[in-house]
Design a protein around this ligand. Structure first.
Ligand SMILES: C[S@@+](CC[C@H](N)C(=O)[O-])C[C@H]1O[C@@H](n2cnc3c(N)ncnc32)[C@H](O)[C@@H]1O
Length: 298
C-alpha cells in the first residue's frame, strides 16, 4: 500500500465521529487500525473479541460494518464492568464523572495528587457499587501516569499519579456514542477460551492477547493479577486452530518472535510495524515488527 493511500485511510478513520476507546490501554491498537483493516475478512457474520482491552479495533469495526451481534470479553472484571455500565447506565455514569471532573479541576496540583491516591486506595478496597467502580476506573485512567492500567499480584491497581494539566475525565459525547454502539454487544468476563465457545461458521474472531515477550525485560503481562505465559500461548493456538476448523475467520496479533512463528506455522503470517510505547528506555522506542496471523486470505 502506498504512503498516500495509507494516510487517506487514516484521515477517513479519524474523521468518523463515532465511538472510540473510553480508556487508554496497554497494547491498544489505535494507531494500527488502518494497517489492520487490510487483513480483515471482507464478509462475516458475528464479531468476537476475546481480549478486548480498550477495544480500538472493536470500535472501528462496529462503525464500519453492519454487524447484527458482537461479543467482547476480557478477564479484567473491572474493565468489563465499565463496558456494562456504559451500555446500561450512560446517564448515571456521566453524572458521576461530571461531579468528579468539576471537583478535581478546582484543586491545586498538590491536592489533585492527594485526591488521585485517595480514589486509588478506595478503588482497590473492592467494595464500591458497580457504577462508582466504573467512574473510578475511568477517572484513574485519565489522570494516572501515561494512562495505563496495571495490577499487581494481589489484583491492586498500582499506576502512579500522572499530573496531566487538563485531563478529559468526562467525555460525555463519547460515552453516549459507545453506549449506543454496545446495544447489540454481549459483554463477558471469562477466560478467552470460554468466550468463543458459541462461535459458528462464518463468524470473525480477533485475538489480541498479552504478547509473547520479545526478550526477558520486555514483557508486559500485568493487565490483571493472572499472568499469561507460554502455556496460555499454546492453549490459545489450539483454540485458534479449533475455530479455524469450524469454519470461522480467525485473526490474531502477537509479537514477532521465533516462538510465535513456530506456534502458527500452519497459518498465514503477515507482518506490520508498530510504535513501541511501553519501553521505559526512551532510546529503545521505535517501530517494531509484529505479526498478524490469519486462517484466511484477505
Ligand atoms: C493486548 S491487551 C488488548 C488490547 C486491546 N486490543 C486494545 O486495543 O486496547 C490484552 C487484554 O487481554 C486481557 N487478558 C489477559 N489474559 C486473559 C485471558 N486469559 N482471557 C481473556 N482476557 C485476558 C487483558 O486484561 C488485556 O485487557
Amino acid at each position: 500500500m502506498t504512503k498516500q493511500i495509507k494516510s487517506k485511510i487514516k484521515a477517513d478513520i479519524e474523521s468518523v465521529s463515532g465511538p472510540k476507546p473510553f480508556v487508554k490501554w496497554v497494547g491498544g491498537k489505535g494507531k494500527l487500525i488502518p494497517e489492520m483493516m487490510k487483513f480483515m475478512p471482507s464478509k462475516f457474520e458475528h464479531y468476537f473479541e476475546p481480549f478486548v482491552g480498550g477495544g480500538a479495533l472493536f470500535f472501528s469495526i462496529i462503525q464500519s460494518r453492519d454487524i447484527s451481534f458482537s461479543c467482547i470479553n476480557d478477564i479484567n472484571s473491572k474493565l468489563t464492568n465499565s463496558y456494562k455500565q456504559i451500555k446500561l447506565n450512560p446517564g448515571s455514569l456521566v453524572s458521576q464523572l461530571t461531579v468528579i471532573d468539576s471537583g478535581y479541576k478546582k484543586l491545586s496540583p498538590e491536592e489533585r495528587k492527594e485526591y488521585f491516591y485517595e480514589k486509588r486506595r478506595i478503588y482497590n478496597e473492592d467494595n464500591l457499587d458497580e457504577l462508582t467502580l466504573a467512574s473510578y476506573l475511568i477517572f484513574l485512567n485519565k489522570t494516572c501516569f501515561n494512562g495505563m492500567y496495571r495490577e499487581n499480584s494481589k489484583g491492586h491497581y498500582n499506576i502512579p499519579f500522572g499530573d496531566q494539566k487538563n485531563p478529559k475525565i468526562c467525555d460525555e459525547e463519547n460515552i453516549y456514542a459507545v453506549s449506543k454502539h454496545l446495544q447489540n454487544t454481549e459483554i463477558c468476563n471469562l477466560s478467552f477460551e470460554k468466550s468463543v465457545e458459541n462461535c459458528r461458521q462464518g463468524d470473525f474472531i480477533y485475538f489480541d492477547p498479552p504478547y509473547y515477550p520479545i526478550n526477558k525485560t520486555s514483557s508486559f503481562t500485568s493487565y490483571s493479577k493472572k499472568s499469561f505465559g507460554s502455556q496460555q500461548q499454546e492453549e490459545l493456538r489450539d483454540v485458534f486452530a479449533a475455530l479455524a476448523k469450524k469454519g470461522c475467520y480467525v485473526m490474531l496479533s502477537n509479537s514477532h518472535t521465533p516462538e510465535v512463528e513456530k506456534l502458527y506455522k500452519d497459518f498465514n503470517i503477515n507482518y506490520i510495524y508498530a510504535a513501541r510505547s511501553i519501553n521505559s528506555d526512551g532510546r529503545k522506542r521505535g517501530k517494531i515488527k509484529e505479526v498478524i496471523v490469519t486462517n484466511f486470505k484477505h
